[in-house]
Write a protein that binds this ligand. Structure first.
Ligand code: DGL
Length: 267
């Protein structure tokens, strides 16, 4: 039995990360957990996000994983130090890999970051970017409507371009040359964002960033057998399966629902 890589997200968006890791590591077993009962994490408080992230991580650790990838940017921005207390296995979030690529690719060091309210409020990306490049100017912006557009499958609807224009106008005015797509869902809007910002702005996709980071940490093993995929969600399996087949371009074969809350208590 191979030890799997575990990946969690607040819902379906982390499948962009799953897909990039699957492509880079075709022989690894992967276990994905999407917290579809409690999505979205973006508008929630840091304490709630940490609590949910710890529960998600505990579930995956119980599956005997060897590495944990936190695909959710909102979780990555506040929960990583808390998750690291749970286990000695490598626990990797998307903030540092995305920031490294942004700093590497920016020439004028004017870097935009877009994400959920939680991610932007945490300032995790701007702190990470400035740690790597203290002279960088970071322009951060929450784009809360991007997630529901993708969840509705409206990324090619004319309204997507209108909303992108409305949110990203300040980014255009700020003369950024690099934009971090700091949310699992945003890579699915990258064609619309590129259409508005033009080819001169480099888009940094956290899915590509984390799979590149992982290939530096882990050898790509080939035992001649393709890796197994297992998917778990906390609710709405059917909706997850239908969005997942759009993102992954195939139907899911192993999808199960799991209940994470075993006891209820009041603070
Ligand atoms: N997965 C979240 C993120 O990357 C986006 C969706 C949500 O708000 O939960 O920040």
């Amino acid at each position: 039995m191979k030890q799997a890589i575990g990946i969690f997200d607040s819902g379906v968006g982390g499948l962009t990360v799953f897909k990039a890791i699957r492509q880079a590591f075709p022989h690894q077993d992967l276990i994905y957990f999407g917290d579809t009962a409690r999505v979205p994490y973006g508008p929630k408080s840091p304490n709630t996000i940490i609590e949910y992230s710890v529960q998600n991580a505990r579930f995956l650790l119980q599956q005997g994983i060897k590495t944990l990838i936190v695909a959710c940017n909102t979780s990555s921005s506040v929960a990583i130090p808390h998750l690291k207390k749970l286990s000695k296995i490598p626990i990797i979030g998307v903030i540092d890999p995305g920031s490294e690529i942004a700093v590497r690719s920016s020439k004028n060091k004017r870097i935009g970051v877009i994400g959920t309210e939680g991610t932007i409020r945490s300032m995790a990306y701007s702190k990470a970017i400035k740690r790597l490049e203290p002279t960088a100017e970071v322009f951060s912006l929450a784009c809360p409507l991007f997630v529901p557009i993708v969840e509705e499958g409206w990324q090619d609807h004319p309204i997507a371009l209108k909303i992108v224009q409305e949110y990203l106008k300040p980014m255009k005015d700020n003369d950024i040359d690099t934009l971090v797509l700091g949310c699992t869902h945003y890579p699915l809007l990258s064609h619309v964002i590129r259409k508005y910002l033009g080819d001169k702005v480099k888009l940094v996709d956290s899915a590509d960033a984390i799979s590149e980071h992982l290939t530096e940490l882990m050898p790509v093993e080939d035992d001649g057998q393709l890796g197994k995929d297992s998917f778990f969600v906390s609710d709405n399996e059917d909706k997850f399966a239908s969005i997942a087949s759009r993102i992954l371009g195939k139907d899911l074969d192993a999808l199960k629902r799991v209940r994470l809350f075993e006891s209820w208590f009041v603070d």
